[in-house]
Design a protein around this ligand. Sequence first.
Ligand code: PLP
Length: 386
Amino acid sequence: MTSPTLKPQPFRSLSPAVMRASTVVFDSLADFARRKERQPDGYSYGITGTPTARELEHRIAALEGGAHCIVTPSGQSALMSTVMGFVRGGDHLLVSAACYGALKTFTQKWLAHFNVEVEMYAPAIGAEIEQLIRPNTRMICLESPGTVTMEMPDVPAVIAAAKRHDVMTMMDNTWASPLGFKPLEHGVDFSIEAATKFFGGHSDLLVGCISMNDSGYYATLRETQSILGQQTSPDDAFLVMRGLETLKVRYDAQSASTLTIAAALEQHPQVAKVLFPALPSDAGHAIWKRDFTGSGCLFSLILQPGPERSFNAFFDSLKHFAIGASWGGVHSLAAYYPAPLQADRPFSLTDQPIVRLSIGLEDTALLLADLTGALDAFRKARESAD
Ligand SMILES: Cc1ncc(COP(=O)(O)O)c(C=O)c1O
């Protein structure tokens, strides 16, 4: 009960409020009738966002150095919505062969039915992309480094070619995060992150975001978001904001641990190749060093050739890595990408299986010992198979 002599204290929390809404209500009919005029920033119905989503969008735009941001229910929905917002039947779309798999599937299996010409290009491309640009090329989809195989495109060279031909560009920047690379500063039109990974950081949510500078693109994408029914739950938006509070310390700690582990594994006799542009031996190192300020927590390994059961032995031996396809969280993860997947990919990098590791916040020495034990199990299984 409030004492009659005490006025209620104004309440302000340090945390952003979680505001849930399907329905937004208005003070008058005149106000209701003008609700669409408040787009792309305002509120008209839950699908175009609540104050919780807007707060997250403002924070991400500031991180990316962009004027606008739109949050979506997953990284894949952010990638797909960006393409859907601007690419139409009759357009030509250039997609890196090492783009995130579901984006490739979406463009090849879905957009192709809508008369979009989808062309995969070599993931480590640079200025040569100009030769692939046609009069009807609408957009180039970039990812740096490529998913799983980690090839580094020369982003500034690709952007320069795209600008000469008035072609839009979007980049999946999830690996580096804006702490390691800021696509908008390099002239990319749309910087896309799976906030599911580093931003959230705790493997318990799915959110995506699209950041940009152009206000016209922003209005188009806000409308696309609503038409495609892509709104993010305020609870997940809140969790991403909580993740962002610790992003820099997590990123720095995980990056340092990852570099140590990747450099040590490179010396191991059971490891044929470490795919990680932050290592001087990597084919993309010069580009990484020139353009990036961070290397994150994700890298891949090609082990010495061995039968399937040697890979089972490797994974089954792991105690501190969970087996799972995601990454960017505080718990370490290991994932397996079989040989046929690699061999069948256009511009294939290898015909061997790939092991991908996401390094979390566990003790570096503990993780390294776990991996060394797994490589030992791998070696024994290889030898017993000989
Ligand atoms: C590089 C990259 N981009 C996008 C995505 C898709 O994110 P989400 O799982 O939130 O759809 C992933 C997910 O693994 C990813 O690794």
